[in-house]
Write a protein that binds this ligand. Structure first.
Ligand SMILES: Nc1ncnc2c1ncn2[C@@H]1O[C@H](COP(=O)(O)OP(=O)(O)OP(=O)(O)O)[C@@H](O)[C@H]1O
Length: 668
């Protein structure tokens, strides 16, 4: 084999194979060459299989796309009936016009089919009114059906997104999901109704128009037909290209939404770092990406419609020339030629020769656009959460006993960094257990596993001796209260944020919870009281106020088990005392897992569990662990590395904590 031949073979192979082949060729080794060519064959087979499965997925998508229209079958059928009426009327226009021309140019014909001219005109006008009404009805029915499909699709998708497991949210970003909900659903809905409506009309026009052309003059039709096949082929190629572009555009648009959503929602950080212009440039790059795709589509449509228009006009010229001849030889009348020309124009328009909208070509390309957007949408809509919410047992008399048995866990997005390696723990009902450990040791992860945001890789979690995997997750989560480091409030009133803890909570229940959580006084000091609007993510409240509202919400929920992720340095001492007091109310009579940073919290817990190296390093009372020489907990305390505020501040807290009874609740 010549060096040239060897290079061209190598270039077609994947890097690793070609490299080996080149190396081995130099040594003249045959077996490796054979292996390489086998690899190429295997790759070709795999590619073919991939193509095949892509085709299958595409036809499944198209099926699902039209399946969305099923509930609207009645409206759509009625709309199609109206479409037939309006198309029939439209298609009678060229014929009638031709007849009128013939009557007008031949004054000797006074009557037409027994009608006088004015009667004929009147009847025709009535038919046109009927056609117009049918057309309006068609547009309205299709449009409404389309809107209903979009709304249903949007809602189904939203609910399915909400039911996904946490691993899904680790992988998919908010902005992207929002973009699918808003943009993709609209495209898909439009493609199956608006397009079908216009497409069917175009199809009817094309079929009836061509038949009428054939009826009026087969010879002229033959001349005209020269132009149809090439335009159709171009139309199909154009449609396919648009589909690819559409998918790319949707991806690019969702990137923009993602970026915009993230930066606008974190506007304080953006402004604090004075990054407005840099962020603007970053956004510009993405916007230009969308523009590039739009430009490609614009060029494609310019070429297609320009070319199609030209061929259409040339064909019309040919028909006029040939038709003129036929009129001269009395083969056809002027009226027939006029009818034929009008039908030609109708058919041409319906094929997309002249106008972009309402044509079969745009119908095909728009449907393909819909399929492009639907691919991404259906992927999301058909996605089953790995964790089912509503199946499983409901335990009577939940006591709140928790047991982790030989748990192994790794976050799905970081498969090579195990968090727990054989972790076991046993918590009796009503125990307050403080979870401590260095930053990143997995304290919060215990809470995530307990709420079954994620499943364990190995080992099990038992609640009252029942495997968590067999328990109805909705019910279970209703029985677990969570107060996190950075409590999340929704934009809305304080009342609504507290009431989120319990369906149909009365105002008295809300006030009672607020009082116990030390927030009644500050809420009442606001002008609008419980109806005060908090900004997005609660930005118009202080950290401590947000914490206490979150605690009130948890109190209202009245859970058997509580997971507290203790706020660290976010609160000042006074606020902390108020929060701690609220928490003390909340903790009463429940099993509590508290991810603790403050020594005061750790000291007041019944048990302290110290995490290290993916397992429980030590467990016991605060003093047991503190007195353990060379103990992990003792070291953490000595090094002040419990992840919380400085030791000095902790002592300050303790002082306050000891004076808990003297809290002036009216402050703040
Ligand atoms: N959703 C996630 N996906 C991937 N890795 C994660 C995820 N959440 C946490 N981790 C990683 O898992 C490890 C344990 O996290 P975890 O939040 O449980 O630690 P922690 O002990 O609560 O830490 P801290 O005291 O700093 O809050 C960390 O290394 C963290 O980076």
């Amino acid at each position: 084999m010549s060096p040239l031949a060897s290079r061209s073979l190598g270039d077609r192979m994947p890097f690793s194979v070609s490299t080996i082949v080149r190396q081995q060729m130099n040594k003249g080794s045959k077996p490796v060459l054979e292996a390489a060519s086998k690899n190429i064959e295997k790759e070709a087979v795999e590619n073919a299989a991939k193509k095949e499965s892509k085709k299958k997925a595409e036809s499944k998508d198209i099926k699902q796309l039209f399946g969305l229209a099923k509930p609207e079958a009645k409206s759509i059928s009625a709309a199609i009936a109206l479409l037939v009426i309006s198309s029939a009327v439209t298609m009678s226009v060229p014929f009638s016009m031709g007849k009128i021309i013939d009557i007008v140019t031949h004054p000797e014909i006074k009557e037409y089919l027994g009608f006088t001219m004015p009667q004929f005109m009147g009847a025709l006008s009535a038919v046109f009114v009927l056609g117009a009404l049918a057309n309006s009805g068609r547009v309205l029915l299709f449009r409404l059906a389309g809107e209903r499909i979009i709304q249903r699709l949007r809602n189904d998708l939203y609910v399915n997104i909400l039911k996904q497991d946490m691993a899904f949210f680790d992988k998919n970003r908010t902005g992207e999901l929002i973009s699918r909900l808003s943009v993709d659903t609209a495209i898909v809905g439009k493609s199956i109704t608006g397009n079908v409506s216009d497409g069917l009309r175009a199809l009817a026009t094309a079929v009836v128009g061509s038949s009428m052309m054939l009826w009026v003059s087969p010879k002229l039709t033959a001349v005209m037909m020269i132009v149809v096949p090439p335009v159709s082929i171009f139309g199909i190629l154009y449609g396919r290209y648009v589909k690819t572009l559409s998918r790319q555009t949707q991806t690019a648009l969702s990137e923009i939404t993602k970026l915009g959503e993230e930066r606008i929602s974190s506007i304080r950080t953006v402004q604090a770092f004075a990054k407005e212009n840099i962020e603007g440039n970053r956004y510009w790059d993405k916007v230009m990406g969308v523009y590039d795709l739009a430009r490609k589509e614009a060029i494609a449509s310019a070429v297609f419609f320009g070319g199609a228009g030209l061929s259409g006009n040339l064909a019309v010229l040919a028909v006029l020339w040939y038709g003129g001849h036929m009129v001269m030889t009395n083969d056809i009348t002027i009226g027939q030629l006029a009818s034929f020309m009008l039908y030609t124009a109708y058919v041409g328009t319906s094929l997309g020769v002249k106008m972009k909208t309402n044509s079969l070509t745009s119908f095909y390309s728009e449907i393909m656009k819909g399929v492009g957007a639907a691919e991404r949408l259906f992927e999301l809509q058909n996605k089953q959460s790995a964790i089912q919410l509503e199946s499983g047992k409901i335990l009577d008399n939940l006591r709140g006993k928790i047991r982790f048995e030989n748990v192994f866990f790794t976050y799905p997005t970081r498969p090579h960094s195990p968090i727990f390696k054989d972790l076991s723990l046993d918590i009796q009902p009503g125990t307050v257990i403080a979870i401590v450990g260095s930053s990143g040791s997995g304290k919060s992860t215990i809470g995530s596993l307990l709420l079954r945001y994620y499943d364990t890789d190995k080992g099990s979690i038992y609640i009252d001796d029942e495997n968590l995997k067999d328990i109805n997750l909705h019910w279970w989560r209703e029985n677990v209260g969570v107060v996190s480091q950075e409590p999340v409030l929704f934009a809305g009133t304080i009342h609504d944020n507290i009431a989120y803890g319990k369906e149909n909570a009365t105002i008295d229940e809300i006030k009672e919870a607020a009082t116990k959580a030390n927030c009644a006084s500050f809420i009442e000091s606001f002008h609008d009281g419980y109806q005060t609007i908090v900004g997005e993510r609660g930005v118009s409240l202080s950290g401590g106020q947000k914490q206490r509202i979150a605690i009130a919400r948890a109190l209202l929920k009245n859970p058997s088990i509580l997971v507290l992720d203790e706020a660290t340095s976010a609160l000042d001492a006074e606020s902390e005392v108020l929060v701690q007091d609220a928490l003390n109310h909340l903790m009463q009579g429940r099993t509590v897992l508290t991810i603790a940073h403050r020594l005061s919290t750790i000291r007041s817990a019944n048990l302290v569990m110290c995490l290290e190296d993916g397992g429980v390093a030590e467990m016991g009372t605060y003093y047991d662990l503190l007195n353990k020489k060379d103990g992990v907990f003792r070291k953490l305390v000595e090094l002040q590395s419990l992840g919380g505020p400085s030791q000095q501040k902790k002592q300050h807290d303790n002082h306050h904590h000891n004076n808990n009874n003297n809290i002036d609740h009216s402050r703040n």
